[in-house]
Design a protein around this ligand. Structure first.
Ligand code: AMP
Ligand code: MG
Length: 498
């Protein structure tokens, strides 16, 4: 290593959010922790970001990742935002336990936020301690990286550091800090923060920032703000379709947990479905099932309606024209979602061409999976084999309580496949790329967390992260990770862990 490299800052920060007006955030450093210890560094991501993994893993790098040292060029801030939580509006939330260290430009030229989560109290902490427990930090690490490997837009996990301190929830737990990477941490709730204060200037400045950063093509539209709204709606429609395609349930789709850039953000009580059922809910705080699996498209649209309200003053001159424009954009969500979802389902069924009735065919299978209590992931994964050889039908049918429920559908599916020209082996391969073998099943995530928290054994976590990095490959010897939970392993509830 050259002398220059030794003294170079670990991050080449180039901050833009910190240039926005003071009322957008609070400036403060992270609160140092007792004895930082690196648990995990995402070396591959570090390199993609143009960072040197060895430097990040050095004692000095770990101090930065723990919040004990301010890296050169860092301008730490806690961002202000508001949000609807379970339908109720809270005018001020903000980063209560996170600090944005700054922004860097990654190797693909994309601006990315580097944020510490669990980095101590801020002016937005309300009654919270500003800290995070190791369990939820590992959970977010695992699930975010799995989502990325599954091809879902998401925030990323760069590092997890033990703080050497306890956090007190129902019990004393090891504390940790997550380094999160995002296209940005601007949320629907960030717009709401200014809207509830009737700060139209703030909304305009935020919108201009978002256009420049995430939606530059909107800048050239006749009304850039309307184009911005349409673009956000389109990205959310595609994102939710992708969630449904892999059986993901976010669990807390509050407006403060919906990213303007269209990434999945804030992994709290999120979970993947094992047995297919559209009403599946895991979150312990979602007794009403507001954020159930199949409700997610409607909730996304509800959240986007809240975003639309904040942008109204920018959409047109008169109130009537504003409402008309906003309504029209919002109504676009249904069609965009349905088109994206249909594309996802077609890929899952191995349909290379679009025909009327495809959505109905897919829904028929899903209904049968509900009745048959079939495992969502494995049913589709095995279906790829059935596409190549009907002899594999028995394997798929075996996923259903009553195999006949599947075989009836299979003949309908085969009749549909007959209409296409693709060869069975090409179809099978395409289906395997649409239907993962490995998802972060809750019982596996819990098992990895338990080993880390109870025994400081991080091997199960390491193994799980490695398996989930290649979700579409068969991984001989790793079959255990494809399996649904045994009855005694079923995880019924997940917790925010805040
Ligand atoms: P979440 O439910 O994680 O999306 O968080 C909702 C709000 O509560 C955000 O403003 C968080 O910053 C804040 N929050 C969550 N946990 C804590 C904590 N331990 N200390 C301070 N603020 C927190
Ligand atoms: Mg949140």
């Amino acid at each position: 290593m050259t002398l220059a490299a030794t003294h170079a800052a670990p991050f080449a920060f180039d901050n833009s959010y910190a240039r926005l007006p003071d009322r957008f955030f609070a400036r403060l450093p992270p609160t140092p922790v007792a004895t930082p210890r690196l648990v995990k560094l995402n070396e591959r991501l570090a390199r993609d970001l143009g960072l040197d993994p060895a430097r990040l893993a050095s004692p000095e790098g770990i101090e930065v990742l723990a919040g004990n040292r301010i890296a050169h060029g860092s301008e730490p801030i806690a961002q202000a935002y508001a949000g609807h939580q379970f339908g109720g509006f809270v005018p001020q939330l903000g980063d209560g336990r996170a600090v944005l260290l700054g922004e860097i430009i990654d190797r693909a030229g994309v601006r990315r936020d580097i944020q510490l989560k669990g980095s101590g109290p801020t002016p937005f902490s309300r009654r919270g301690d500003g800290r995070a427990a190791l369990g939820p930090v590992l959970r977010e690490y695992i699930v975010a990286e799995a989502m990325h490997a599954l091809g879902v837009p998401t925030t990323r996990s760069l590092a997890a550091v033990l703080s050497g301190e306890h956090v007190f929830r129902e019990e004393a737990l090891p504390g940790a800090v997550l380094t999160r990477v995002a296209a940005s941490h601007i949320r629907v709730g960030t717009f709401q923060y200014f809207a509830v204060r009737r700060d139209t200037d703030g909304i305009r400045q935020l919108a201009d920032h978002v256009i420049a950063r995430h939606y530059p093509e909107a800048a050239g539209a006749p009304n850039p703000y309307l184009a911005l709204l349409d673009a956000v709606i389109a990205r959310q429609a595609a994102l939710i379709a992708r969630w449904l395609a892999i059986g993901f349930i976010h669990g807390v789709m509050n407006t403060d947990n919906m990213s303007i850039a269209g990434e999945t953000i804030d992994y709290g009580p999120c979970a993947f479905m094992d047995t297919y059922h559209p009403g599946t809910v895991f979150s312990s705080i979602d007794a009403q099932g507001r954020y159930a699996y199949a409700n997610q498209p409607q909730i996304a649209q509800w959240n986007l309606a809240r975003l639309t309200e904040t942008l109204l003053p920018l959409l047109a001159e008169t109130e009537a024209a504003q409402l008309e424009a906003g309504q029209a954009s919002l109504m676009g969500f249904g069609g965009l979602f349905e088109a994206a979802y249909t594309r996802e389902l077609r890929a899952k069924l191995g349909l290379m061409e679009a025909r009327d009735g495809d959505l109905d065919l897919a829904h028929d299978l899903l209904d049968r999976m509900t009745k048959g209590e079939a495992d969502f992931t494995l049913t589709f994964r095995d279906l790829a084999d059935a596409a190549a050889a009907p002899s594999a039908d028995a394997k798929v049918a075996g996923r259903f309580k009553d195999p006949a429920v599947f075989t009836e559908w299979a003949s309908r599916w085969r009749a549909r496949l007959e209409l296409e020209s693709g060869t069975p082996s090409v179809r099978r391969e395409a289906m395997r790329q649409a239907n993962p073998a490995f998802i972060p099943r809750n019982h596996l995530v819990e098992e990895a967390i338990a080993a880390a928290v109870r025994r400081e054994d991080f091997q199960p976590f390491e193994d799980l992260v490695a398996v989930l990095a290649r979700p579409f490959d068969d991984q001989p010897g790793r079959e255990r990770y494809t399996l649904p939970p045994k009855p005694e392993e079923v995880v019924k509830q997940t917790f925010c862990g805040t």
